[in-house]
Design a protein around this ligand. Structure first.
Ligand SMILES: *[C@@H]1O[C@H](CO)[C@@H](O)[C@H](O)[C@H]1NC(C)=O
Ligand SMILES: *[C@@H]1O[C@H](CO)[C@@H](O)[C@H](O)[C@H]1NC(C)=O
Length: 160
């Protein structure tokens, strides 16, 4: 019984959060992709055999006051995948985030391969898509949803 009450409280709290987010122009922003252990972080033509870059520190830094959690950080997982979550200011637009924010690889490339430079990478962002994703499940059934704007790196270059 207590558990059921707790579920309902969490459910109401999450619904309130997702309604608040829906009113923002950009919603929550996910910057995601896969980082490879190459000079520009790209897989090149032979994606399946290109080594990935695990445990790399990723950071989105924004000039201007477009997100409330700058710098936003994440770490690549065991298969090189990362997802940096940005919380846009209520007045922020997709365009203002694209023009003010950049994605950094802070961990030097030499950490995944000693023959690569001991420098990080930086990329601009671009809009990919908007999607409604499940936020909360009860008994395996999604009961709350959130609008998410997906952005991706345009292409990494060495960080000066
Ligand atoms: C980012 O994540 C979404 C949702 O999981 C996925 O559809 C999309 O392909 C990912 N983008 C990249 C570049 O991996
Ligand atoms: C990102 O911004 C923070 C805070 O302003 C700063 O300390 C950090 O050096 C910046 N990182 C990069 C890679 O520019």
């Amino acid at each position: 019984m207590a558990q059921k009450t707790l579920f309902i409280c969490i459910f109401v709290a999450i619904m309130a959060t997702s309604i608040a987010e829906a009113q923002e122009l950009a919603g929550t922003v996910y910057v995601n992709g896969t980082l490879y252990c190459t000079a520009n972080g790209d897989p090149g033509p032979i994606r399946n055999t290109t080594p990935i870059f695990a445990n790399a520190a990723m950071q989105v830094n924004c000039s201007g006051d477009v997100i409330s959690n700058s710098p936003a950080t994440a770490t690549t997982n065991a298969i090189g995948a990362y997802r940096v979550v940005l919380t846009p200011r209520p007045t922020a637009t997709v365009d203002s985030i694209v023009s003010n924010c950049r994605l950094f690889v802070l961990t030097p490339l030499s950490n995944c391969n000693p023959t690569l430079p001991s420098a990080g990478l930086v990329s601009n962002l671009r809009f990919d898509k908007t999607a409604t994703i499940p936020l909360f499940y009860i008994g395996g059934v999604p009961v709350a949803f959130s609008r998410v704007t997906f952005m991706i790196a345009t292409g990494f270059t060495p960080q000066a």
